[in-house]
Design a protein around this ligand. Structure first.
Ligand SMILES: Cc1ncc(COP(=O)(O)O)c(C=O)c1O
Length: 401
C-alpha cells in the first residue's frame, strides 16, 4: 500500500512534472548504501543513482565539501580562474595521460564536445562523420540521440542530425568497412552500460586504436557511465586491458566523463589529448556552469575519498565476489538468472525474464537495481559498499533469481 504522504508527493508529479520517466517509489533519505522510502521501508541501493553515487548517500566528506565551499564561492563565471578547476583537471590528466580537460554539467553535454571535436578536427579536410556502435547510449540531446545506436531513442525526433553511422559493437571489420573519406572519428563506450553491460574485447580496443591511427581518425571514448573508477580502474579500458602485453599502447584521443565524478553533484568533463585541446581556443566552446568552484570542490573530494579510503580495492573485491557468487548460483540451475558479468561497481545480470519485472520484484524484496536492456539488470553499488551489505544483497538476489 502507498502511504498517504507518498501519495501526495506522487500527485504533485502527476499534475506538474513532465511524465518523461517511469518512476516507482518515493525516496526520503539515505546513508551509505541504504535508502528509506516515505513509508519508512529500508532498501539496499544497488542502483546508485544510475552509476552516480560513487560514495553512497550522505557521505560526510561530500557534505563538508559542499558546506565549506558554499561559504566561500559557489559559482564564478569562466571569465575568471579559481583554484579547484585547475586542480581537478590536473588529477584527471594524471589518471589518463598528457592532455587538458574541459568541464561541463552532464554526460550528454560532455559527449557534445566529442562531436564538436570530431567536426573541428576534420573541418579543414572536409571530414565530419562519426562512427558509433549499435546498442550504444550517448545521451538525450539532439546530438546524443543521433550518436546513439538505438532506433527507439530517435523515434519521433526526426530529422536526426546527420553525420553519424552505427556498426555492430566488438566488430573491428565493421568499423573498417564503415570508414569513408568523410570519417573524422570513432566513438565507443568500452562497456555499454544502458544496453546490458556489453564489454569491449581487448583485441577490439587495440585494433580500433591501430586502425584509427593508420587512417588519421580520432578514437574517442564515452566513459560517462564506466569511468571514474567504477570498474576498479579510472577508465574501464584500463581494466579490460589489465595484464595485456600491449595495454600501454592504448590511449584514446578524447574521453567524456560525468556521473560518478561528482558523486551526485552534477559535473561533466572531457579530457582531450595533447595537442587536440588547442583546437578549442577562446570563443569556440563554453557553458555557464562548467567547472564551478562548488562542483570542482565536490569532485576533488570524491577522488580524495576514493584514494584515502582505498575504495578501488574495495569495489574490485566486491564486484568479483558478486559475479562469482551469482555465476555459481546460475550454474546450480537458478530459475531466473542466466549469468553475471562486469567489473567492480558496473555489473550486468542476464535474466530469463523482463528486466523491468525483475527490478520490481527485487525492489519489493528490499534491493534497488536498474534495468539495462530487455533482459539484463544492472548492479551499480557505491564503491564503499561493505561485506555485510554485499552478503545481504546476494541473499536477496539468490532468493529471487
Ligand atoms: C554511456 C553514457 N553516455 C552518456 C550518458 C548521458 O549522460 P547524462 O544523462 O548525464 O546526460 C549516459 C547516461 O546514462 C551514459 O550511460
Amino acid at each position: 500500500m502507498v502511504e498517504p504522504a507518498a501519495q501526495a508527493i506522487m500527485r504533485e508529479y502527476e499534475k506538474y512534472v513532465v511524465p518523461s520517466y517511469a518512476r516507482s517509489i518515493v525516496l526520503e533519505r539515505g546513508k551509505g548504501t541504504e535508502v528509506w522510502d516515505a513509508g519508512g521501508k529500508r532498501y539496499l541501493d544497488f542502483g546508485g543513482g544510475i552509476a552516480v553515487n560513487a560514495l553512497g548517500h550522505a557521505h560526510p566528506a561530500i557534505t563538508k565539501a559542499l558546506t565549506e565551499q558554499s561559504q566561500k564561492l559557489i559559482h564564478v563565471s569562466n571569465l575568471y580562474y579559481h583554484r579547484g578547476q585547475g586542480e581537478l583537471a590536473h588529477k584527471i590528466a594524471a589518471q589518463v595521460g598528457p592532455g587538458k580537460v574541459f568541464f561541463c554539467n552532464s554526460g550528454a553535454e560532455a559527449n557534445e564536445m566529442l562531436y564538436k571535436l570530431a567536426r573541428k578536427f576534420g573541418h579543414d579536410t572536409g571530414r565530419y562523420e562519426v562512427i558509433t556502435a549499435l546498442k550504444s547510449f550517448h545521451g538525450r540531446t539532439l546530438g546524443g540521440i543521433a550518436a546513439t545506436g538505438q532506433d527507439k531513442i530517435k523515434k519521433g525526433f526526426e530529422p536526426i542530425i546527420p553525420g553519424f553511422k552505427h556498426v555492430p559493437f566488438n566488430d573491428l571489420k565493421a568499423v573498417e568497412e564503415a570508414i569513408t573519406p568523410l570519417t573524422a572519428a570513432v566513438l565507443i563506450e568500452c562497456i555499454q552500460g544502458e544496453s546490458g553491460v556489453n564489454i569491449a574485447s581487448p583485441e577490439y580496443l587495440l585494433g580500433l586504436r591501430k586502425l584509427c591511427t593508420e587512417k588519421n581518425i580520432l578514437l574517442v571514448i564515452d566513459a560517462v557511465q564506466c569511468g571514474i573508477f567504477r570498474t576498479g580502474t579510472f577508465v574501464s579500458y584500463q581494466r579490460i586491458l589489465e595484464g595485456h602485453p600491449q595495454a600501454g599502447s592504448f590511449q584514446p584521443d578524447a574521453i567524456s566523463f560525468a556521473k560518478s565524478l561528482g558523486g551526485g553533484f552534477p559535473i561533466g568533463a572531457v579530457w582531450l589529448k595533447t595537442p587536440l585541446a588547442d583546437l578549442f581556443q577562446p570563443g569556440t566552446h563554453g557553458t555557464t556552469f562548467g567547472g564551478t568552484p562548488l562542483a570542482c570542490a565536490v569532485a576533488l573530494t570524491v577522488l580524495d575519498v576514493i584514494e584515502r579510503e582505498h575504495l578501488v580495492a574495495n569495489i574490485r573485491k566486491q564486484g568479483d565476489k558478486i559475479v562469482a557468487a551469482l555465476n555459481a548460483h546460475a550454474a546450480k540451475g537458478a530459475k531466473t538468472l542466466v549469468s553475471a558479468r562486469g567489473f567492480g561497481g558496473l555489473l550486468g545480470l542476464q535474466v530469463k525474464a523482463l528486466a523491468a519485472d525483475v527490478t520490481a520484484r527485487l525492489r519489493e524484496a528490499g534491493l534497488l537495481v536498474v534495468p539495462a536492456g530487455e533482459e539484463v539488470i544492472r548492479l551499480l553499488p557505491p564503491y564503499n559498499v561493505s561485506d555485510v551489505e554485499v552478503e545481504e544483497a546476494l541473499g536477496i538476489l539468490t532468493a529471487n533469481l
